[in-house]
Design a protein around this ligand. Structure first.
Ligand code: ADP
Ligand code: SF4
Length: 717
């Protein structure tokens, strides 16, 4: 790791150092301030112990899959949020010791002094834009398996350790271990201060850290001063807060992030009992309370399962029992909701992880009175999926997320180019809309042709499915932006053929015509068409989205494994049909483990009376019976099936792209220099991938492609 050339204890270095050292463009906008006075309250400064936040916008800790392994990417990604007006910018969880190693997740790390420079980069970057840098110190105790360090996990009591069924146990900590842990936390706090952080966290959230594990009755069966009564179980939390204040409290604020409700009733911490009691007990000890519900699946609830501000019933009591500032989250994107939270005394600061990812400039846009420029989070948790598979963050709404340093992509700015050059975008789904928006921002003359009357492609259709209404924001944000651009023309009801495209004669043509669900059962498990699937009783998601109403009993064959199979089953069941979800995976919508939705989806499907037939592939359709095969033994069984819905794989709608590229002479004669398929028309994937493809197309148009790695990488020093 290359230490920062100017790394010194303290803070306050200027913008040029960061910008020059990391080649990250510091944008300077001169937008006149036209803030609606209703939102003034959001821009009041908030004292937090010895430091002051310049406004009430607080980026709470969130993972991004960059952390200790990609510190420059981490610093740049956090810096754009500071530039975008967030007054406090926090790290993701920061491991403090090798016995709390969350490998394979890539979080922050402060195991010893060698880890300081990587984090100092971030603190410095955040200071560059006048924000406070916060760090969430964590020891994951029995929530990690120490796969890299191979240390024996530790916990309040003997218990299984790790996640994802790790065959590992944590040993019970003795009093010497507790003393050692407190020393590690003190040392990490000192290092955090040296790295330049202004706010140092004690973490007791998400069922992920030792102070919380000690609090939990189910995890703590100790008979000493750290077990038994709540006072005893809260002892470690109290001590660590006191230690941290003593160590760094003179110059750094000490924040506590704590789960006040595990949504487990009497089996866990609940805001009606111990969640409230512990806050009352420690009310004035920290400088700030950052409160939420647990575990992460409940805290980062997707929009399919909960609304904006959904945590209020659990966290609202906190402000009643402490005089310290309170931060909370709730996927806040509406400034009116934010104001309401402050005015009604629910929160002092508007905490956000996902809304700050989807729009790093959300505060600035409110401040500048540009509400229709806000890119609202859709609550899909694609951002979380990056962390879940130990890869850098990505976001459905913000294609620049995670690309700030390695590709130099700023969330609000694209270098001007292409003036006068015309680009024809065919198809107004997420890929086409984002391509048109970003091309328009660059300065191209853009023509966007859409076959249908509605814009939005798959997003417009899928947002009508149960729970997915917020997804329409992918379309709405882009259409709002396009409507403001005088260099973009939109043509609805315009299904283009190759002849139309040639006639149009734009310099560049981008084909974003989407894809079509397969009807033959071919997917991950079946490589050949499934026998018997050529009848009218076989429907695809396209048919259902177009309004087809299948007869029951219905078999939904989910060999796609993301949301579509589960959400269609939910819709059809709500319409009164008997539904069985058949899947070769161990659960319905198996990939949604990565979006923290798996448990919520199984619960919803089972409670609706949907049968889940797991570990089975569709082998054949015989009249009104579907033949299933066990994926392990090939044992066969039949289930009633008046209608079959195949949710397996998709094929790109690439006829137009292929026929155009097959006529190079005609293209030349028409003055067309390039034809390129993007998004689902190239290879079907997520909505996030389609938005990214549209954005990337615009960024790269006119650039000479190199044959090397198309982005900067960071190498271990
Ligand atoms: P993606 O996810 O890649 O953006 P979508 O399927 O969401 O793909 O969107 C594709 C859009 O392209 C749809 O709105 C569809 O109506 C439109 N489209 C498909 N073929 C044509 C065509 N030949 N001319 C114009 N629009 C088309
Ligand atoms: Fe919001 Fe989805 Fe982006 Fe995450 S990926 S920030 S949930 S829009």
């Amino acid at each position: 790791m290359r230490p920062h050339p100017e790394l010194v204890e303290g803070r306050g270095r200027g913008a040029p150092a960061f910008a020059e050292a990391y080649e990250f463009k510091v944008g300077k906008r001169e937008t006149p301030m036209t803030r609606d006075p209703r939102y003034d309250i959001l821009f009041e400064p908030v004292p937090i112990g010895p430091v002051t936040a310049r406004n009430r916008f607080y980026q709470v800790p969130h993972c991004d899959g960059m952390g200790y392994r990609r510190p420059k990417a981490e610093a740049a990604s956090r810096a754009v949020k500071a530039e975008g007006g967030w007054a406090v910018i926090c790290t993701q969880e920061c491991e403090i010791h090798p016995s709390g190693d969350v490998t394979p997740a890539i979080e922050a790390r402060l195991w010893d002094d060698k880890d300081i420079p990587a984090l100092a980069l971030m603190a410095e970057a955040v200071h560059t834009f006048g924000s406070l840098a916060a760090i969430e110190l964590v020891h994951n105790g029995p929530s990690c398996a120490n796969r890299y360090s191979r240390e024996v996990p530790i916990g309040p009591s003997h218990q299984p350790a790790g996640a994802k069924w790790d065959p590992v146990q944590a040993r019970a900590m003795d009093l010497a271990d507790i003393r050692a842990y407190r020393q590690w936390h003190r040392a990490a706090a000192r290092r955090a201060k040296t790295a330049g952080f202004d706010i140092v966290y004690v973490y007791a959230g998400h069922d992920l850290s030792l102070p919380m594990h000690f609090l939990q009755r189910r995890r703590n069966d100790r008979a000493d001063d750290y077990g038994g009564s709540l006072e005893n179980r809260a002892r470690l939390l109290r001590e660590v807060i006191e230690d941290t204040k003593e160590e760094v409290g003179e110059t750094c604020a000490v924040a506590v992030r704590i789960a006040v409700d595990e949504l487990m009733g009497d089996d866990g911490i609940a805001s009606e009992n111990e969640g409230r009691d512990v806050i009352e007990m420690l009310a004035e000890l920290p400088d700030l309370w950052d409160v939420n519900v647990s575990d992460w699946d409940n805290d980062s609830l997707t929009s399919r399962f909960g609304p904006e501000g959904g945590q209020e019933p659990f966290t609202a009591f906190v402000k009643q029992v402490t005089s310290k500032p309170v931060v909370g989250v709730g996927r806040f994107t509406s400034p009116d909701t934010m104001v309401s939270q402050i005015k009604r005394g629910v929160l002092d600061m508007i905490g956000a992880a996902r809304p700050s990812i989807a729009d790093p400039f959300l505060p600035k846009k409110i401040e500048d009175g540009r509400l229709d420029d806000i890119r609202e989070c859709i609550g899909c948790n694609i951002c979380v999926s990056g962390d879940q598979v130990a890869s850098p963050i990505r976001c459905t709404q913000n294609p620049t997320s995670g690309e700030e340093w390695r590709k130099g992509w700023h969330p609000e700015e694209i270098p001007a180019k292409g003036a006068g050059a015309s680009v024809l975008v065919v198809g107004a789904g997420p890929a086409g809309l984002e391509a048109a928006r970003a091309l328009g921002q660059c300065g191209y003359e853009v023509h966007l042709a859409e076959a249908g009357e509605d814009l939005g492609g798959r997003v417009a259709r899928e947002a009508r499915l149960p729970g997915l209404a917020a997804w329409i924001r992918v379309r709405d944000y882009r259409v709002q932006q396009l409507d403001k651009m005088t260099n973009v023309q939109i043509y609805r009801d315009s299904r283009l053929t190759a002849e139309h495209v040639l006639e149009f004669g734009a310099k560049h043509v981008v084909i974003a015509t989407g894809c079509t669900w397969r009807r033959d059962g071919v997917g991950r498990k079946n490589w050949q068409a499934v026998p018997g699937l050529d009848g009218a009783k076989v429907l695809t998601p396209d048919d259902i989205l177009a309004g087809a109403v299948p007869e029951g009993p219905i078999v939904v064959y989910d060999d796609d494994h993301y949301y579509m199979g589960g959400v269609l089953a939910e819709k059809l069941r709500a319409e009164g049909r008997a539904v069985t979800v058949v899947t070769p995976a161990p659960s319905a919508s198996a990939w949604t483990d990565n979006t923290l939705e798996l448990g919520h989806i199984q619960k919803r499907l089972l409670e609706a009376g949907i049968v889940i037939a797991a570990n089975k592939r569709l082998a054949a359709l015989h009249g009104d019976r579907a033949e299933l095969a066990c994926v392990y033994t090939d044992a066969r069984e039949e289930v009633p099936c008046a209608s079959l819905v195949t949710v397996t794989a998709r094929l790109p709608n690439d006829d137009l792209a292929r026929s155009l590229n097959a006529m190079p002479e005609a293209l030349k004669d028409a003055g067309i220099e390039s034809v390129q398929a993007i998004g689902d028309a190239l290879a079907p994937a997520t909505i996030a991938a389609a938005v990214y493809a549209g954005h990337k197309y615009a960024r790269l148009l006119g650039e000479t492609p190199g044959d090397g790695v198309p982005f900067e990488r960071e190498f271990p020093g």
